[in-house]
Design a protein around this ligand. Structure first.
Ligand code: GAL
Length: 402
């Protein structure tokens, strides 16, 4: 029989101090949808969650691997209840959270929510600072599968604490520790995917895998081409930190943004996919155009993103090509796959003919290869590929040994 002391000791031994999160989730990049880019606070509702779940099924997105329905900021009321619990806003969640999560689970999908490491979320709803364990208990009770954790209203050298602190007091890592420990502590009851949203502070990619299943590497994607270029350029420099179980998160997709052309949407989706970012849709699926559907349903590109090897593509410099410029989309990208190599060609700054000799591509070398381009469906074999690419468009080429 176990003594009280050994029970206590076993309990303590399960505490995850300094250990890797290692919860078995996110072995390939997460695929899903989030309310934020759809209509910010207005989309944080049961109606959006359930409509999206239905669309995941009817549009064939579920079969392609899109699984998580994530509700971002503004789902709760502005204050906690008398017992210190977060309360779903009754105007957005008339039956509460649990029935919605249950329904989504019954459809074979998963349900996510959003919180914050500071006193308030970025939109001013209650944060989880000093409430970590009880908030996780609540998530477990509701059946939440994913938790995005932001860093607004956190300790700051400026007083009072601003929404976005430019002179943080301490490290985001410290602020994320109690929530990470609470999530690991509850793992046997419910295994929750943990998404860190500290905007790439404190080189999160160097410690993110000990804390979460993915970590935002930058400030927000604002839905314009400059954002896509800025974030992709950061991802190129930190590709080596992504691996099964923990991936760089380039932020939610903005396919559907009025600020992006179709070419730019293809490039956005293609670059997020080959750099192994989570693919989190951010548009209203009730009103999606066929062109956009074709992009987000591109099975060849999704398969590259979901390749079990889980290694991210980065830029490479063929002989004679200019060096990458920070904040711009570089033309030449490549990354390993379990059964070949993916090459990305981006007309990020100029339309033109982009040619690559396979011998110059990391992971390939001299020899003849078979290839397939995933947006046009073109196939071929030989020692090189060449495409005429319109401004801001992309070609995604899977290359295998002939
Ligand atoms: C930002 C975050 C966004 C979104 C927003 C909600 O800090 O980067 O992705 O979650 O907060 O207020």
């Amino acid at each position: 029989m176990k003594s009280a002391l050994s029970t206590l000791f076993l309990g303590l031994a399960q505490l995850p101090i300094g250990e890797s999160l290692d919860n078995g989730l996110g072995r390939t990049p997460l695929m899903g949808w989030s309310s934020w880019n759809v209509a910010q606070c207005n989309a944080a509702s049961a109606k959006y969650a359930l409509d999206t779940a239905n669309k995941f099924v009817s549009l064939g997105l579920k079969d392609l691997g899109y699984q998580y329905i994530n509700i971002d900021d503004c789902w709760s009321t502005k204050s906690r209840n008398a017992s210190g619990k977060l309360v779903p806003d009754p105007s957005k969640w008339p039956d509460g959270i649990k029935p919605v999560a249950d329904k989504i689970h019954s459809m074979g999908l998963k349900f996510g929510l959003y919180g914050d490491a500071g006193q308030m979320t970025c939109a001013g709803y209650p944060g989880s600072e000093s409430h970590e364990a009880s908030d996780v208990a609540q998530l477990v009770e509701w059946g939440v599968d994913f938790w995005k954790f932001d860093n607004c209203y956190t300790p700051c050298l400026d007083n009072p604490r601003p929404q976005t602190c430019s002179r943080p007091a301490g490290s985001t890592k410290t602020w994320y520790t109690p929530m990470r420990d609470a999530i690991v502590g509850a793992q046997k009851l419910r295994n929750i995917y943990f998404n860190l949203c500290n905007w790439g502070r404190d080189n999160v990619w160097t410690w993110g895998a000990q804390y979460g299943n993915s970590w935002r590497i930058s400030e927000d994607n604002w839905g314009d081409f400059a954002s896509v270029a800025r974030i992709a350029s950061i991802a190129a420099g930190i590709y080596q930190y992504s691996a099964p179980g923990g991936f760089n998160d380039l932020d939610m997709l903005y396919i559907g943004s009025p600020k992006l052309t179709t070419n730019e949407e293809r490039l956005h989706f293609g670059l997020w996919a080959i750099t192994k970012s989570p693919l989190v849709l951010g548009l209203d699926l009730d009103n999606i155009s066929d062109t956009r559907l074709a992009i987000i349903r591109n099975k060849g590109i999704i398969d590259i993103n979901q390749d079990p090897l889980g290694k991210a593509a980065t830029t490479f410099r063929p002989p004679g090509a200019p060096a990458p410029v920070s904040g711009q989309v570089y033309p030449y990208w490549a990354g390993p796959l379990s059964d070949g190599v993916v090459i990305g060609l981006c007309a990020g700054t100029a339309a033109g003919t982009y040619t690559v000799n396979f011998t110059d591509v990391p992971g390939l070398g001299a020899g003849t290869y078979t290839w397939k381009e995933m947006y046009t469906g073109q196939t071929g074999n030989g020692t090189s590929v060449s495409f005429n690419i319109d401004l801001h468009d992309m070609r995604v080429i899977k290359v295998t040994k002939a």
